[in-house]
Design a binder for this molecule. Structure first.
Ligand code: 13P
Length: 339
């Protein structure tokens, strides 16, 4: 049974000015796809070596307060035999765990999806906690078309997110609630705003219904922006303004932190967009990052699976972490990109 002070301590460790989260929780199929871009086989040892590279980056804890791990990684050890969760904790980084089991088509509504993994979750938390996890993540996905996501998809995913969050808090684990509105498609930024607003309204209704303590969650939303195939790509100023407008309408200020996903934005765009939001005046929540691709693309492409590239790859990760840390304070300087 989790306690109030345990959850509070974890929230405080995660939400720190100038710091954000590293999402390194790619599932088996997703990490295989990422490794495919550098021509590397997704063997258990390659996955371990890659996560070892990320987590042993010197100085990472200066900009990264928490890392989201995949179940397999939580059970693996660093080169020196230290379990990864302990290695992270030693570097001042709180270890967390992705607990959803992925998505399947929602039977009711063609094109919509629902995230699985609630059955047995309370039992799984006992093991994860023993292995050192202090927070968790569950991702719900929403595809945008002219008619999607449907109401049933918005409601079912909100309910699952809220049940997951309630089970997490009961286990003494801080839940990261991640409703991701996908940027795939040719929709306008206005349509992205409309869908994101409906999704977040429903998520916070469900969290209330399930008596989730808002002070002890983090929200991990997508930014509001035009679809990747839309002719008119959104500017940084538009993304910042539209995203903040939707968040202010839907997210109570009791929520201590909002940590964005990058969702397929380039590393530089993800940093610039976060920075722009923090420059628009102090938001009611700590606004930071929980990036996967936007933090990992440069180190992955530098590493290429070669031990001789590890130092350079770690520098590439640290650079993105540092620049995003600055963006979380509204102090990003784009000229630093060239250094
Ligand atoms: P991206 O930043 O690559 O979208 O990943 C974040 C994440 O955790 C997705 O679930």
């Amino acid at each position: 049974m989790g306690t109030h002070s345990e959850l509070q301590a974890t929230v405080q460790a995660l939400v720190q000015p100038g710091k954000g989260l590293l999402a390194a929780d790619e599932s088996g199929p997703t990490i295989a796809k990422r490794f495919g871009t550098i021509g590397l086989e997704s063997s258990e040892e390659n996955r371990r070596a890659y996560r070892n590279l990320l987590l042993s980056t010197p100085g990472l804890g200066e900009f990264i307060s928490g890392v989201i791990l995949y179940q397999e990684t939580l059970g693996q050890k660093a080169d020196d035999g230290t379990p990864f969760a302990q290695l992270a904790a030693r570097n001042g980084i709180v270890p967390g765990i992705k607990v959803d089991l992925g998505k399947i088509p929602l039977a009711l509504a063609p094109g919509d999806e629902i995230t699985e993994g609630l059955d047995g979750l309370a039992r799984r938390f006992v093991d994860y906690k023993q292995q050192g996890a202090r927070f968790a993540k569950w991702r719900a996905l929403y595809n945008i078309t002219a008619s999607l996501p449907s109401r049933p998809a918005i409601e079912a995913n909100a309910d699952s997110l809220a049940r997951y969050a309630a089970i997490s808090q009961q286990a003494g684990i801080v839940p990261i609630v991640e409703p991701e509105v996908l940027m795939d498609g040719d929709h306008t930024i206005e349509r992205s705003a409309e869908v994101t607003e409906a999704v977040l309204h429903e998520v916070f209704h469900a969290l209330h219904r399930h008596r989730v303590v808002l002070e002890h969650i983090l929200l991990k939303p997508s930014m509001v922006l035009a679809g990747a195939d839309h002719a008119q790509q959104s500017t940084t100023a538009e993304i910042a303004a539209q995203t903040l407008r939707v968040l202010k309408r839907t997210v109570p200020c009791a929520v201590p932190g909002i940590v964005f996903l990058s969702g397929g934005q380039s590393p530089e765009d993800a940093t610039a967009n976060l920075d722009a939001m923090n420059r628009l005046g102090p938001p009611p929540w700590n606004l930071s990052f929980s990036y996967g691709r936007a933090l990992q693309e440069p180190p992955l492409q530098t590493w290429k699976g070669e031990a001789s590239n590890v130092d350079e790859a770690q520098k590439a990760l640290l650079k993105r972490a540092r620049l995003n840390g600055a963006a979380a304070l509204g102090q990003y300087d784009a000229s630093q990109e060239k250094k």
